[in-house]
Design a protein around this ligand. Structure first.
Ligand code: FE2
Ligand code: FE2
Length: 179
């Protein structure tokens, strides 16, 4: 029997018998996947500072999604290629969620960017830097947010980007062992 779970962070819906360990769309922890009927729209009156921070976060997400699409296009290793494609979609989902807060249309994300390395170790290091930068900004944005829903959102994406950072560190370590 399929159940309807809706993610409190990105608003996407997962259909399954059990909630997955993380949101398949935005990567949020299982605790945020609530039964569909418990979901509430993030209808928040934004303070000036949160509006400014959400706009900055949107820029970071679009930039990182574009990078991951590029990394996906450039990779020929089935595992890394798959990982980059998923991360591109996760960051696109973050951008979309931010647009919901800002009540604006989603910006177009360039899926054909060629502005990244061909070399896997460089791509992974670039990815690490990007996630580190995002974590740093979002931690500050979470602190500055007065609206509980915005604070919760930034805290959740700090967790998600930290998971990405750990994934990249692990991939870099594995590469080192292979050579
Ligand atoms: Fe989600
Ligand atoms: Fe993100």
């Amino acid at each position: 029997m399929l159940n309807v779970y809706r993610c409190w962070i990105c608003g996407e819906t997962y259909l399954g018998e059990e909630p997955p360990s993380d949101c398949p769309f935005c990567g949020a922890d299982k605790e945020f996947l609530k039964p569909g009927e418990e979901y509430e729209y993030p209808d928040v009156e934004l303070t000036e500072i949160s509006k400014k921070n959400l706009e900055a976060a949107l820029e970071l997400e679009v930039d990182n999604a574009t990078f991951y699409f590029c990394a996906y296009n450039r990779s020929d290793d089935p595992k890394e290629e798959g990982m980059f494609k998923r991360l591109a979609k996760v960051e696109s989902e973050h951008a979309e969620a931010i647009c919901t807060f800002l009540d604006i249309d989603e910006p177009k994300i360039n899926k054909k960017s060629e502005d990244c390395s061909h070399h896997l170790p460089d791509l992974l290091r670039d990815a690490e830097e990007r996630e580190t930068r995002a974590i740093k900004h979002y931690s500050k944005f979470a602190e500055e947010a007065e609206e509980p829903r915005v604070k919760e959102f930034f805290e959740a994406i700090v967790e998600i980007e930290t998971d990405h950072l750990e994934l990249h560190a692990h991939e870099i370590e594995e590469l080192g062992e292979e050579h």
